[in-house]
Design a protein around this ligand. Structure first.
Ligand code: AMP
Ligand code: ZN
Length: 118
């Protein structure tokens, strides 16, 4: 079973910020911004590339909700999802990164936007 499925089942501890029957939001263990939340479907699916429409719709609306809950819906934020090897995906369970709480530099989350890095 994957690490995020274990987090859903509370077999691995996490710092939860919000959940409903289908989705869960918890703090990233290695934050890249003052607010860095991971948002996942509770049912396992490998990535954005394999997720069905209902999952993507629900996950996106749930992400809006978490942004409001964290108080960053007015100041702005960034949503990222990494896909596969070139996308830098480390955990093969679909997740959105919600980043905010500061003025994020373009490419803050990855340096792959600079011409020296690809
Ligand atoms: P990605 O590279 O898009 O697959 O992102 C995986 C993210 O999961 C990274 O930002 C990690 O810091 C985070 N992460 C890994 N293990 C845990 C954990 N046990 N609790 C919270 N976040 C985690
Ligand atoms: Zn999983």
């Amino acid at each position: 079973m994957c690490i995020f499925c274990k987090i859903v089942r509370d077999e691995i501890p996490s710092n939860r910020v919000h959940e409903n029957d289908d989705f869960l939001a918890f703090h990233d263990i290695n934050p890249k911004a003052p607010i860095h939340i991971l948002i996942i479907p509770k049912a396992h699916t490998a990535s954005f590339a394999t997720a069905d429409a209902k999952t993507l719709e629900g996950l996106s609306l749930f992400t809006q909700e978490v942004a409001r809950l964290m108080g960053i819906d007015q100041s702005g934020y960034r949503v990222i999802t990494n896909i596969g090897e070139d996308g830098g995906q480390e955990v093969a369970h679909l997740h959105y990164h919600l980043l905010g709480g500061a003025k994020l530099r373009f490419g803050h989350f990855t340096d792959a936007n600079t011409k020296d890095n690809f």
